[in-house]
Design a protein around this ligand. Structure first.
Ligand code: ZN
Length: 123
């Protein structure tokens, strides 16, 4: 599952791609006509399709995630708390306008899932 957000970048809009644990996987500058992803030379790509969708739903910069499936199924996910914190950091880094602030993505601390705390072994 891939989740995407649209945020205002320095010179264009930025699409960020996350995995289901809200780890940042990649990001591209995008507008309705261009995209910096590997399919940039194609007439369109999923990011350019999403771009309009984000505006239609008014989910720019508000932390909502679009789950964009290859089958064309779109689902919206409200901002998760930890993801929002990461997004806020990224927005602040973007707002500062200094590329050196964009550190390599450090995974947000994900709360331990039940059952993963310690090792429980039944003998
Ligand atoms: Zn693209």
């Amino acid at each position: 599952m891939s989740l995407y957000t649209l945020t205002t970048g320095t010179s264009a809009w930025t699409i960020k791609k996350f995995d289901e644990d809200y780890n940042l996987e990649s990001e591209y500058d995008v507008d309705e006509a261009t995209c910096t992803c590997p399919r940039a030379d194609k007439p369109s790509c999923r990011h350019r399709q999403m771009f309009t969708e984000f505006f239609h739903r008014d989910h720019v910069d508000d932390g909502w995630f679009l789950e964009f499936d290859a089958n064309g199924e779109h689902k919206w996910h409200p901002p998760a708390e930890e993801a929002q914190a990461v997004l806020k950091e990224q927005l602040e880094a973007t707002a500062a306008g200094r590329p050196e602030n964009l550190q390599p993505a450090t995974p947000p601390s994900i709360p331990s899932r039940p059952g993963t705390l310690g090792i429980r072994r039944r003998i």
